[in-house]
Design a protein around this ligand. Structure first.
Ligand code: MF3
Ligand code: CO
Length: 252
């Protein structure tokens, strides 16, 4: 079931989104060679709690940490560990927070020091693919318009579009209907309505689109070991577009 959020619900989702966005801003200066992903997880946990929220990922279906830290060829759901970041790595940090029963969800990919031209390209175009998708969002548009815009942009830039994982509705549950694939056809799918809240999250690979699940039952890696990037915002559909709940828009 796809729900339309009330003004009150949206006010809670704005706060959840702000907490997620602020957590990204708190972590950013720590993303340097030598820090472990576990240390990043601890900083995020403490910050989210200090804001009166809880990290939605922690214990979600048994996930053992507060954030997902996905380095290089890890696509998503990397588990924070004693792995130290190195110069030239890229890392996607996926943060979800629950505030008074409502969730915000945003992933962003970062450079660790200087990275290769290829990785720069991947980050630039995965972020742009997110905004291509967002540009199609408004009351009355169809979900396939969003999905196909992301896919078309990725294909044009020769990036592999991950299909096994998708964006999703978000609200009082972290994952709600509808599913928001990063591939699809224009003029198909559900009609977006003002007040729907969704997380749009392209996961694009420098190489092939195929991905694998590691033995830890969480970590998803690329099939060819080439890097992958992930950018995600939680948004609310409006009459003439969208409002980002996990970014700068969300400050008066
Ligand atoms: N942002 C992730 C998603 O949309 C949430 C992962 S939480 C985890 O699927 F616990 F599953 F890692
Ligand atoms: Co998500």
């Amino acid at each position: 079931m796809i729900t339309i959020k009330s003004d009150y619900e949206l006010s809670l989702m704005r706060e959840a989104g702000r907490i997620v966005y602020d957590t990204h801003k708190i972590l950013k200066p720590y993303i340097k060679p030598g820090i472990t992903t576990k240390e990043l997880d601890k900083i995020a946990y403490e910050y989210i709690i200090s804001r009166g929220a809880t990290p939605s990922c922690l214990n979600y279906e048994g996930f053992p940490a507060s954030i997902c830290t996905s380095v290089n060829d890890v696509v998503v759901h990397g588990i924070p560990s004693d792995q130290k970041l190195k110069e030239g790595d890229i890392i996607s940090i996926d943060i979800c927070a629950c505030y008074k029963g409502y969730h915000g969800d945003s992933a962003w990919s970062y450079k660790v020091g200087n990275v290769s031209k290829e990785k720069e390209y991947l980050l630039e175009h995965t972020e742009k693919a997110l905004y291509e998708g967002l540009s199609k969002v408004k009351n009355g548009a169809r979900l396939g318009d969003v999905s196909s815009a992301i896919e078309d942009y990725a294909v044009k830039h020769k990036l592999g579009v991950v299909r096994e994982l998708v964006g999703h509705g978000v609200g009082s549950n972290l994952h709600e209907d509808p599913e928001v694939p990063n591939y699809g056809k224009k003029n198909t799918g559900i009609v977006l309505k003002t007040g729907m809240t969704i997380a749009i999250e392209p996961m694009l690979n420098l190489g092939i689109r195929k991905v694998y699940l590691l033995d830890d039952d969480w970590t998803i890696v690329t099939g060819d070991k080439k890097p992958s990037a992930h950018f995600e915002h939680t948004i609310v559909v409006t009459d003439d577009g969208y409002e980002i709940l996990t970014g700068d828009d969300n400050y008066e």
